[in-house]
Ligand binder design. Structure first.
Ligand code: Q9C
Ligand code: ZN
Length: 348
């Protein structure tokens, strides 16, 4: 399987995040994808290529508002000019419920465009986020060129990013951007996004909530106990035309492989019923037992099984890297997953 990777992810390397009231070293570290890349090369998963052609911002504007993109582009410089801490942009006050008037104040803007305090912006963040989206777009283009499956090694991740909101280490929603590309450039009529990161992909859910062409299926830790707390409940089923095309499967803390795999089987049944032209897997590995911010108890042997079951769909499949923070095990878990998939396909 081809992997698409860009070294520009390194431009996003914030010094801290604010978690549960403490300023800590970020879990979302550049080493994550370096370790995955290394394992992919050593285990000969397949060729690794760079993003192709020129990035067209219109492909990103199909998902994100222009004012949000221009905020991301200028956030760091205007923040520093206005006297913000040059180490990183982080909001102090969030625009919530009825307090959501717009602002031009560079020290206040981060609170308008963020929904948490663990998604800092540094000088290279926008370029890194664009490169990550470019990785997803290149991978989507290869699917259109009849590549049966592609792995987009995206960093920063994307599934928490909404149309005009960053959060959960995410700035641009790579999976959503790929889905829109497949529909608009490739003329695909139906897509299924299967999100197996431990966290609910609130951004992806928001983007497609009223759409029936893109099915969003998410298996994740119960939002009553874990991040993102305010979204991801089973009764969020989509709205308007999109009713029935959003499905959340929350699982309890400490969910194990048996529970996870039975949720995956349910999700795969729904994916089959949707009859998609392509499946996009939001592939997070923070379900692993040793993950420092996880909460499930999956062991490395779970990932090849997950790959195998997804392979049985026998559909064009685009894997988009999301979370996973147990750095020592990430390479093994990702390669196990991709190999499990590859070894069980009739088409490459
Ligand atoms: N107690 C992704 O996996 N903080 N984002 C969680 C845990 C934010 C995770 C707090 C986690 C974001 C892509
Ligand atoms: Zn996650």
């Amino acid at each position: 399987m081809i992997t698409v990777y860009s070294e520009d992810h390194r431009l996003h390397h914030p010094p801290h995040e604010l978690l549960d009231g403490s300023l800590i070293t970020p879990y979302e570290d550049p080493q994550r994808v370096e370790i995955i890349l290394d394992a992919i090369l050593r285990q000969e998963i397949g060729p690794v290529i760079q993003p192709q052609a020129l990035l067209d911002l219109d492909d990103i504007r199909r998902v994100h508002h222009t004012d949000y993109l221009s905020y991301l582009e200028h956030a760091y410089t205007s923040w520093v000019e206005a006297g913000g801490n040059p180490k990183a942009v982080l909001p102090s006050a969030l625009a919530v419920r009825w307090m959501n008037r717009g602002t031009k104040n560079p020290l206040a803007l981060p609170g308008y465009y963020s929904f948490d305090t663990s998604t800092p912006i540094v000088a290279g963040t926008y370029q890194a986020a664009l490169a990550s989206a470019h990785v997803a777009l290149t991978s989507a283009e290869m699917i259109l060129q009849r590549e049966p499956s592609v792995y987009a090694l995206c960093r920063p991740p994307g599934h928490h990013a909404g149309v005009n909101l960053c959060g959960g280490y995410c700035f641009l929603n790579n999976a959503a951007i790929a889905a829109e590309y497949l529909i608009h450039k490739g003329g695909l009529s139906r897509i299924a996004i299967l999100d197996i990161d431990i966290h609910h992909g609130n951004g992806t859910q928001q983007i497609f909530y009223e759409r029936s062409d893109v099915l969003y299926m998410s298996i994740h830790i119960d939002p009553q106990i874990e991040y993102p707390y305010f979204s991801g409940f089973a009764d969020e089923e989509g709205a308007g035309e999109g009713f029935g095309y959003n499905r959340n499967i929350p699982l309890p803390q400490n969910a194990d492989q048996t529970l996870f795999l039975s949720a995956l089987d349910q999700a795969l049944d729904d994916v089959r019923k949707h009859e998609p032209d392509c499946v996009i897997v939001s592939a997070g590995f923070d379900t692993y037992i040793e993950d420092p911010i996880g909460g499930f108890t999956l062991t490395p042997d779970a990932y090849p099984i997950m790959g195998t079951r997804i392979a049985q769909l026998q559909l064009p499949t685009l894997f988009v890297q999301e979370g996973g923070y147990a750095i020592q095990a990430l390479g093994t878990n990702v390669c196990g997953f991709l190999s499990g998939f590859q070894n069980n396909r009739s088409v490459a």
